[in-house]
Design a protein around this ligand. Structure first.
Ligand code: PBG
Length: 323
């Protein structure tokens, strides 16, 4: 038999054939756009290291939700930046906390899917994701706070919560708190494999939450550990996670792939602030074609196995997809 050596070239010879044989496609509903609200703002603020990413004043919440929904955005990840920070991050669970008010405002005007990031680092004056005792984050005291935060976010109208603090046992605690407060239908998207990454830098500029150093080695994962990521995800699924997340995305495509292959729950991937900022900065210098780099990065994350893509590029991608 003749070796079909021309087959690959035939596949790419015409646009129609190439389009038909495209294995991975981005869809608007794959995407989650992170949105930021700061309670001390009167007008929109932009952050130098995150070009094109606004931080909104609370009053804008209804119209932001309406605009995003009509632009084709299906889901947002809501982050709040409080006026006051304290050691217990008390704003995180307050009924009139910034995230709670943003969620109420957005929920009132649209059917946008509202996912609440559930953490304390934006609310603590020390910038850590939990309460400290003896200078270290106290895992179990923090879980008690996470229960209160989960309940208050769901009370405000969050349709889903996404715990991002990497405390041990956080998913079980939050599930229990939600079930016990009438929120059995609120799913948990767990930031299960969250690495202690340098790529969160620009986010911390937006959220003003900078612990010393990476600072979170004690609870976030060592970038060297892929097997441990699988254990973290398996544990979260046992505790009741509905969706597991890998974060950041592009440096951890192997972890996404393995999660997709070995686990049966949906897998989300967070293309984080540093991944976004790198593409933006290179494009601004004329070193990369922004549109192509954006699409290639996201298709690659989906090809690796992510069902859900959390990305600051969401609105640009929707335009690209002809929404
Ligand atoms: C924690 C949280 C962080 C991000 C999402 N949730 C910050 C961190 O762990 O330092 C980072 C997202 C990004 O870099 O885009 N609340």
């Amino acid at each position: 038999m003749m070796f079909p050596r021309d087959r690959m070239r035939r596949r790419r010879a015409s646009g129609g054939v190439a389009r038909m044989l495209t294995e991975t496609r981005l869809h608007p509903d794959d995407f989650v756009l992170p949105v930021f609200f700061d309670e001390s703002l009167d007008s929109v603020r932009f952050t130098g290291s995150m070009p094109g990413v606004p931080t909104y004043p609370l009053g804008d919440a209804p119209k932001v939700a309406e605009r995003l929904r009509s632009a084709g955005v299906n889901a947002v990840m809501v982050f709040g930046i409080p006026r006051h920070k304290d050691p217990e991050g008390s704003g995180a669970s307050s009924e009139d906390g910034v995230a709670q008010r943003a969620i109420r405002g957005m929920g009132a005007s649209s059917d946008l899917l509202l996912i609440a990031d559930l953490c304390m680092c934006e609310y603590t004056d020390h910038g850590h994701c939990g309460v400290l005792s003896g200078g270290r984050v106290d895992n179990d005291l923090t879980l008690l706070r996470y229960r209160e935060i989960a309940e208050s976010l769901a009370d405000a109208g969050a349709h889903m919560v996404a715990p991002s603090g990497m405390m041990d046992g956080q998913v079980a605690s939050i599930r229990d708190a939600l079930d016990g407060s009438g929120h059995k239908d609120v799913p948990i998207m767990a930031y299960s494999a969250k690495f202690c990454s340098s790529f969160y830098g620009p986010f911390r500029d937006i959220a003003h939450s900078v612990p010393s150093g990476c600072g979170r080695e004690a609870y976030q994962m060592n970038p060297a550990n892929g097997r441990e990521a699988m254990s973290e995800m398996r544990m979260d699924i046992e505790e009741g996670a509905d969706i597991v997340m890998v974060k950041p995305a592009m440096p951890y495509l192997d972890v996404i792939k393995q999660a997709r292959t070995e686990l049966s729950v949906p897998v989300a991937a967070y293309q984080v602030s540093g991944e976004y900022a790198m593409i933006k900065a290179a494009a601004a210098n004329g070193w990369l074609d922004e549109r192509r780099a954006m699409m290639e990065s996201l298709i690659s994350i989906k090809r690796a196995g992510a069902d859900i893509l959390v990305s600051y590029f969401t609105e640009d991608v929707l335009k690209e997809l002809g929404r």
